[in-house]
Design a protein. Structure first.
Length: 150
């Protein structure tokens, strides 16, 4: 049995555990109102991850598919103006009352990352989990070898 075959299950287990922990931290610590003001919960539900054990790309990916989720993570946004396309004015509600306007300017906002800080905060967890799982896999498959994880 090759070393790659011995470690593959441990790496997959590490990716699965890390993926679940990362999603949990993003949802509970960074999208609970600390970074972004949460309204509907769509962004929280949209955070997803996949783990993979492929040649040269062992690990997991975390991301979102909502445009505004990507925007908040990476760039924030510049100010922009909304104008009506088919009518003479925009109509929206403020405090339960209808408001009409010929244009609305949305002010600029800086990036408010929530994925990168979550991953950075879990660095120690990733290292410890990987070390434990690799050590157990090696001890199981190579019982006569003394293994010391540093």
């Amino acid at each position: 049995m090759t070393l790659e075959q011995i470690l593959a299950p441990a790496l997959l287990e590490w990716a699965e555990r890390s993926k679940l922990r990362t999603i949990s931290v993003i949802r509970n610590n960074y999208l609970s109102g600390q970074v972004l003001k949460r309204r509907s919960g769509s962004l929280v539900r949209n955070v997803s991850a996949e783990s993979s054990i492929l040649s040269q790309q062992n690990g997991f990916e975390v991301g979102v598919t909502l445009n505004y989720g990507i925007m908040w993570e990476l760039t924030g946004h510049r100010s922009y103006t909304i104008v009506p396309r088919r009518k003479k004015a925009l109509k929206f509600k403020i405090g339960g009352k209808d408001v009409f306007s010929r244009k609305v300017t949305i002010p600029s906002a800086p990036a408010r990352p929530y994925i990168a800080p979550a991953i950075n905060s879990l660095d120690q967890y990733y290292r410890e989990t990987a070390g434990d799982l690799i050590s157990k896999a090696l001890q199981k498959n190579l019982p006569n070898v003394v293994i010391k994880v540093i």
